[in-house]
Design a protein around this ligand. Structure first.
Ligand SMILES: [Zn+2]
Length: 494
């Protein structure tokens, strides 16, 4: 096969008012910068990225790849029309009518919203389908947090979705997309089925490592299909297609339809089993004070996750542990570029009045002021050590570790200049901070942190504090969801 490959990824948080501009796709963050042509092969190799898995699988065969471009921006607000037009035009022009290709593979997210298009991927696929020859198969891979419309499904010949949250199988999903494309290319009989599942599940309850989601994903095993997948949906978008969904490809229509029905029934059976528990910050602080076991407690500030489009700078949990005079607490990552620069100017050992004011971006973000000391500095550029960002380099910009002394000990806080989700131990260890040595670790992440932090934790808790990534869905008024969608919003405190 001669396969055109490209990637254009964005998870759009519609509650974040900051537009995602072209430059956000062009520069590197936790993933590479915009890559063109052969650089797509070189720049993604050995990374946990769908396109990397696709490339590796394709290179094992006799296929020829025509890399066009690959780009991703950290989740944030609506994609600007300029960014969407520029990137999609480059992609569409390079593919043309597809005359020189046998197939097309796209590495997409599935929750992209631009200023003009409520469903960015559907808009892109409509344009692509309109210009390429009908017989050319188009296969795509999507994130588990995709809100999939029936039309997006029908515009593609094959669609694969991550099966794990934390997303440990991004590269593996790309490899599965390649295998599905190979199957389609051999023109064996293939029937497809798609079903939107009427549940909106908060992200902190979506972990596939345990509980209801793990049970639902078990149903993918032993189905009579060539390929089947589930998307759990993305709650930070009040749109008609926001919800879970499933896809199946099988040798008969009946098998494909039955598989989707089986998955839907699994959701119906498990809908009350999702763990929606959210602690409040006061309880998290009290538990930290009382904690006496050797391993740390891990508290996830789930609604202020940069990886879900939040600002990663709210201070409610920090204020609570400081006011309770907790000792031995590690917290990250707070994005305050000016504060990071101030710490770099002062140097290690410097003491100053630290102001962490999140209200500049969000009036609910809170402000924390206290005397602090710079205990470590870095350029924020280092190799990730965990599986989620496996193979990638961190690009956090000028970063600093600050120490706030309390009655009983201290609270260490990591400040960055570029937003990054706190999910990898190296984000602390590269500054000389050893997470295992603290009584409590507070991470701004929703679920991805679990891959690296659960193994070192005594217990893990989700904490509810203000932030732009809605997890306590009882606080959200959705206006545009399909009427049959049931929002799982039974958030409760313990
Ligand atoms: Zn995701």
């Amino acid at each position: 096969m001669k396969i055109a490959i490209a990637g254009f990824q964005h998870e759009t948080n519609c509650y974040n008012p900051t537009l995602t501009e072209l430059d956000d796709f062009v520069r590197a963050d936790s993933w590479p910068e915009l890559l063109s042509g052969e650089d797509v092969l070189r720049g993604t190799r050995n990374m946990n990225l769908p396109i990397a898995g696709f490339i590796e699988a394709a290179e094992e065969g006799d296929d020829t790849l025509f890399p066009i471009l690959w780009c991703a921006a950290e989740p944030s607000g609506y994609v600007s029309d300029a960014a969407f037009e520029t990137i999609s035009s480059r992609l569409l022009e390079a593919i043309g009518t597809g005359q020189q290709f046998d197939a097309i593979y796209l590495d997409l997210h599935g929750a992209m919203v631009s200023e003009t298009y409520a469903d960015g991927e559907r808009a892109l696929l409509r344009m692509l389908r309109a210009q390429v020859r009908e017989e050319i198969p188009i296969v795509i891979s999507l994130d588990l947090h995709a809100n999939i419309s029936p039309e997006l499904f029908s515009l593609t010949n094959g669609l694969c979705i991550f099966r794990t949250y934390p997303h440990l199988d991004m590269a593996e999903t790309g490899a599965r997309a390649y295998r599905l494309l190979s199957y389609i290319f051999e023109q064996k009989p293939l029937y497809k089925s798609f079903l939107q599942v009427p549940y909106l599940i908060p992200l902190h309850a979506q972990t596939t490592m345990t509980g209801a989601a793990a049970e639902i994903y078990q149903t993918l095993k032993n189905q009579p299909v060539v390929s089947a997948d589930i998307a759990l949906g993305f709650s930070a978008a009040d749109l008609p297609n926001t919800r879970a969904s499933c896809v199946a490809y099988a040798k008969t229509q009946e098998q494909a339809d039955q598989t989707c029905d089986t998955i839907k029934r699994a959701f119906d059976m498990c809908q009350s089993k999702f763990d929606l528990t959210l602690l409040n910050v006061e309880d998290a602080a009290a538990m930290t004070l009382a904690h006496a076991k050797p391993k740390p407690l891990v508290f996830a500030d789930v609604q202020d996750n940069a990886g879900g489009g939040a600002y990663s700078n709210t201070v409610h949990l920090l204020k609570a542990v400081y006011q309770h005079q907790c000792d031995s607490v590690l917290m990250g990552l707070f994005c305050f570029p000016k504060l990071a620069a101030e710490a770099h100017t002062l140097g290690v050992g410097g003491r100053f009045e630290v102001t962490m004011d999140a209200t500049e971006l969000d009036r609910n973000g809170g402000c924390f002021v206290a005397e602090g000391q710079v205990i470590a500095l870095s350029d924020g550029y280092f190799p990730y050590s965990g599986e989620v960002y496996g193979g990638g380099m961190a690009t956090m910009g000028a970063s600093a570790a600050l120490r706030f002394v309390t009655d009983k000990g201290w609270i260490d806080v990591v400040i960055t200049s570029i937003k990054a989700q706190c999910l990898d131990l190296a984000q602390f260890t590269h500054l000389g901070l050893i997470p295992e040595q603290y009584k409590a670790i507070c991470v701004k992440s929703t679920v991805h942190f679990r891959a690296a932090f659960e193994p070192i934790a005594d217990r893990v808790y989700s904490v509810s504090a203000p932030g732009l990534l809605p997890c306590d869905l009882s606080q959200i008024t959705y206006r545009n969801l399909a009427p049959e969608v049931r929002v799982l919003d039974g958030a409760n405190s313990v």
